[in-house]
Structures are given as structure tokens and as C-alpha cells.
Design a protein around this ligand. Sequence first.
Ligand code: SAH
Ligand code: SF4
Ligand code: F3S
Length: 477
Amino acid sequence: MYNDNPTLDNLEKKIDESRQGDVFFQEQMLGKESDKKFYIESYGCQMNFSDSEIVASILSGIGYQATKNMEESDLILINTCSIREKAEQTVRRRLRDFNKIKENKPGTLVGVLGCMAERLKAKFLEQEKLVDLVVGPDAYRDLPQLVATAVGGEKGINVILSREETYAAISPLRLGSNGVSAFISIMRGCDNMCSFCVVPFTRGRERSRNAYSIIAEATELFEKGYREITLLGQNVDSYKWSNPETEATVNFAQLLEMVAKIHPDLRIRFSTSHPKDITDEVLHTMAAYENICKYIHLPVQSGNSRVLKLMNRTYDREWYKERVEAIYRIIPDCAISSDFIAGFCTETEEEHQDSLSMISFANYSMSYMFFYSERPGTLAARKLEDDIPLAVKKRRLQEIIKLQTQVSLAHNKADIGKTFKVLIEGNSKKSDEQFKGRNTYNKMIIFPKVTGFKPGDYIHVKVTDATSATLLGIVEQ
Ligand code: SAH
Ligand code: SF4
Ligand code: F3S
């Protein structure tokens, strides 16, 4: 892309290998148009939010400043999710809002990024005529060219998926950050073919990012005052990076350890763990480092082995239960959370009961719960009939939510009287007189402020009350 530039070699030498290189290039290549503004809205998983920060970094390299006010922006971007039909409906609704702005302010560009852009490709431009840009998750480096095309009045589209792209050298521009917690993508794509899931189609093949670029990013964040990082991937347990120079490989447990060693005051979280891949080595590493948070998101999807097979999750109920037992054996106080899909193809009432009983067995601190939404192109859409009536799906989902809420409440009530080390994230939503922060178990605690403490500090808080979602406490002086 940049190879015809005669100064490239010289430039390349000047650039710090692991940081900022790409953005620096783009400034050189395209010149700054510093009066331009972009607005970005993100939907879907944390990876999408993390990608928006990469997009922001790339755009700032061509002189576009981020704005929170879409009315004043020259470029409106929406980073989209395709995981369920509802997610796509939300995007279409937002596009109608954006188009109204476009009518009032001709020349405003509207771009669709992310998974829905990838899923629908050029079809998007047929369906949504006012969209100027369609850019898939692996094509963000091409944004400077695509934006230039759109400014010139043509449609900009790039939805090419890559086997290598990890945006390793791009330093994300932290959007809407609290300055305390940040996400770091450690891998992209997914090679599991869960039959319900659109992600392998929208995000492409799994690839792991250079371990040293991850360490560099985490270290830089710590130096800037951040105290918590979440390592992101669709299946972090299959992280595997080979150093091309030494051919040594780094697995997820080793990466966790490398990040944990940056500083004892830097907390490490990660998401998502896949039940088939989470190893005892990872659990022992978690147990060995106080700053690796004792919390695992381990989505079960269904508690029934036949349904799990149809879902192509490649584990069964017994395997999952064994992994839960291993977690509680190696890290007795660990909190575990899950995802559930209610009413997957052919699920019977008895099989649904197996999902309910898994909530009690695993004693999840919380779960994300959905009813099944068929996604075009997935294995399930091609091979299985979406035969559970919507009303039944919704009723089963309600039952799952009801039980999980009870289990979460009991889990939280058991914390009353305990004192936790909490990382202060900022003011609570309800009051400037209160702080909010999380304990190692990823539980949010709200407590009255005390003098001398600020966001980014650790503080000990004694829990005095609990709801199913939050703990309330007072500072233990
Ligand atoms: N990589 C993660 C999941 C990412 S998608 C994992 O393997 O667990 C986040 C969650 O969305 C999934 O765990 C699943 O519960 C839900 N989900 C995915 N596809 C869905 C569909 N077609 N209908 C309903 N929920 C779905
Ligand atoms: Fe989707 Fe399965 Fe990959 Fe998770 S592991 S992203 S559910 S295909
Ligand atoms: Fe959605 Fe794509 Fe994430 S489909 S859940 S934004 S990987």
C-alpha cells in the first residue's frame, strides 16, 4: 500500500518498532486536515469497542478529531454487531437517524464498520443507499484511502478478511476511557464453528497477536496511570504466538504471566474462555498472581449434552462440570459467569431444565442470557430447523433469567460483611458523593467517597448490602 513512497525506508527506520508506526505513516502520506471531525458509535462485544479505538487512532493520523457530538461531525461511523437479529435492527434504526443529519448537513459521510459490514458486504450499499463507506473488521488500515474515496463522492468499500492482521503496531486512541481500565485485543477471529454463531464469518480466521506488542501496550497503559487491563479474544485459551526469530511459542498461560509481571498494581482480566480449551496451567497461573483477577467468563450456552453437540461446542455437560470443579479446586474463591442461549433448535423442556440446573451447579455470579436468533449462513441456519416458537424461547429465557437472578443475589449476599480490595473506577452513576469500583471477582461495589482517594487507587471496602447486580459498602479505614 505504501511501497511506492521513496521516503518509506527512511521513515521506517525512525519509527519505534512497536508503537504508533502506522499512524505516523498516514500523517506523512496524507497530510493533516485537522479541522475534520468524526463521531463513532459502537455496538456488540468488547472486541468491537476495542476496534473502534484502533479506528480512532487511524483516523487521527489523517487529521480527524473524535467528537461526541454527531451533529458537528464530518464523518459518522457505526461499528456494528451481527450476533443476533436484534443487534442488526438497532443498527438500521441508527442509520435512519444518521441520514436525517445528512439531509440537514449535506457532505456528511456515513460509514458502516464491523461485523454487519462484513456479513452484508456490497449488499449494504444496495440496501442502505445513503451509506458512503463499508469497512470490515480487518480492513481498518485502509480507512484513509476509503475516506478519501468517499470524500471524492464515490463509495468506499473494503471487506477483505485477513489471516495475519492483528493491528499489533497501532496504538489505540482510548475513547470514552475512565483512565483506569482498558481493553487490549490479543487475538482476532475465531476458528470454532459453533453452529449458531456468525462470528467466524464476520471476523475470519483466528490469529494471535505478537506477545511483545501486547506487553508493550500494557506497560504503556500502566505508565499512563491505567490500573486494569482486559485481554480480549473470542477464545483466549487458544492464544498461541510463535516468535518468528526464535520460533519459541507463547501460550495463553505464559502470556498471562508475562502481563502479570509488568507490575503488581496492574490488574489483569481476560475474556472469553472457551470450556473446551481452558487449561489447568491457566488456572494455576491465575492462582499464583494476586493481580490476575479471580474471575472467569466461561460461557456454557446450554447445560444439555445433546444440545451442546448440535451447537458444535465440542464439549458436553460432564466436561463442562469437570472444568467448573477444576476452577473451584485450584482457585476456591473464583467467580464464574456464563452465557446461555434459550430455545436452540429442537431443545426439549427436559433439556432446558439441564440449563437451569447448570446455573445452580456452577453457582455463577452472573450470566448473559439470550434466546436463540437464527443467523443467515451459519451451520444451524443451513442444517437445523429453528423450530422452537418465539413465545416458548422467551418463556425459557425468563426462567433462566429468574433463576440466575436468585443465584446472583445469594452469591452477592454471601459477600455482606466481607472486605474487598477495590480498584476505584470513578463516580457512581447515581451520585458524585459515591465511588464505584470492582473487586477481583468483577463485582461492582458502590461506596461513599472518602478524602485522599481518586480513580485508579486501590481501597478496602467492607460490604454492607447487596442486590443481584451490585454490592454496597463502606471504606474500611
Ligand atoms: N466467543 C464467545 C462468544 C461470543 S458471542 C464464546 O464462545 O463463548 C457472545 C454470546 O452471544 C455467545 O456466548 C452466545 O451466548 C450469544 N450468541 C451467539 N450467537 C447467538 C445466536 N445466534 N442467538 C442467540 N445468542 C447468540
Ligand atoms: Fe462464536 Fe463459538 Fe467462536 Fe464463540 S467460540 S465466537 S460462540 S464460533
Ligand atoms: Fe457482535 Fe461481531 Fe462481537 S458479531 S459480538 S461485534 S465479534
